[in-house]
Design a protein around this ligand. Structure first.
Ligand SMILES: [Zn+2]
Ligand SMILES: [Zn+2]
Length: 317
């Protein structure tokens, strides 16, 4: 089906023919290498100063271990959620027709390779933020608590809800910022190279965007004590919603958006549309920011109903 017959006007980021010819590796290295060389220089300088002045800085001893542990933990989270969803929906369930496929054509292998490559480097940025969290805790400016059985404490559930709501607001407003001309061209364009994303796109960010996404954890811990279990629940919900938004299939039922409070929760169609129509649908978990600031795509609800009704006319190529 051509885009002309689709009800959705597709606004795609332009890709020059020369960029297409250069394949995946060169643009990828041009994007990530300067940032990783810079980070290596900073880390090398800290180690050199520690060695020259015999400072015995704890971060020099513990930093590599923290980096490795956080990277591997996040890698397992990524492989379980994104890999599990990909295997379930693209390999096992795809031809059963049990779930509504949002766009007619699924992503190419080149798209998937690019999504995995950028996600793997984002995990390294998340691990660097893990070291920032360690330093903040050591300096006493970040607050974590470990006592008691957290699930029996009202504060624990308050902190889980607050973490999710604060992150939702952070995501919406930083996402709006990333869509300003300069930041879109230099940073956010990387994520939008996927016009029909797969679960592997969950962390497919420019290194700067990966940092912006991860830094919300230490920002919240500056003023709100967090239990490690709070972080675990938030991360599970965050990764689940991130994978769902990039799944390419809608899981919610046909009537989901017709009733309060369900239409306050985002759907798979919502973020998939953002990858086709880049000036709409900026929210992550909930829809109230998009509702409040009128940034939902005018056809969002109609597109959701068409997709969940399995109406082929809704499908862009
Ligand atoms: Zn996305
Ligand atoms: Zn975007």
């Amino acid at each position: 089906m051509s885009e002309a017959t689709s009800p959705i006007k597709v606004e795609r980021a332009k890709t020059s023919p020369s960029r297409k010819k250069r394949g995946l590796i060169v643009p990828y290295l041009q994007t990530v290498l300067p940032w990783f060389i810079g980070l290596t220089v900073v880390c090398g300088a800290v180690v050199a100063v520690d060695w020259v002045f015999d400072l015995k800085l704890p971060v020099v001893k513990r930093g590599p271990v923290i980096f490795g542990v956080v990277y591997m933990t996040n890698l397992i989270r990524y492989l379980l959620f994104a890999g599990g969803a990909f295997f379930a929906f693209y390999v096992v369930l795809r031809r059963t027709g049990w779930f509504a496929q949002i766009q007619k054509s699924l992503a190419s292998w080149a798209d998937i390779r690019r999504e995995v490559m950028y996600s793997l480097t984002s995990l390294a940025i998340f691990a660097m933020v893990g070291i920032i969290v360690y330093l903040g805790k050591l300096a006493g400016v970040l607050h974590f608590y470990y006592d008691g059985i957290p699930t029996s404490q009202p504060y624990f559930w308050f902190s889980v809800l607050a973490m999710i709501l604060i992150h939702d607001a952070w995501f919406y407003w930083t996402h709006r910022l990333l869509h300003t001309k300069f930041l879109y061209a230099k940073v956010h364009r990387i994520h939008h190279q996927s016009h029909n994303p797969t679960p592997w796109a969950a962390f497919a960010f420019h290194p700067v965007e990966a940092f912006v996404q991860a830094i919300i954890l230490p920002i919240v811990a500056l003023f709100m004590p967090l239990h490690p279990f709070t972080i675990v629940i938030w991360m599970l919900y965050m990764t689940g919603m991130n994978v769902f938004g990039h799944l390419g299939f809608e899981l919610f039922p046909k009537n989901f958006l017709r009733y309060w409070p369900f239409y306050w929760h985002n759907t798979g169609v919502h973020h998939n549309m953002h990858h086709r129509c880049v000036n709409y649908n900026f929210g992550l978990y909930f829809n109230y920011w998009d509702l409040l600031f009128k940034t939902n795509h005018p056809d969002y609800q109609a597109e959701f109903e068409r997709v969940t009704s399995r109406d082929d006319k809704s499908m862009t190529e």
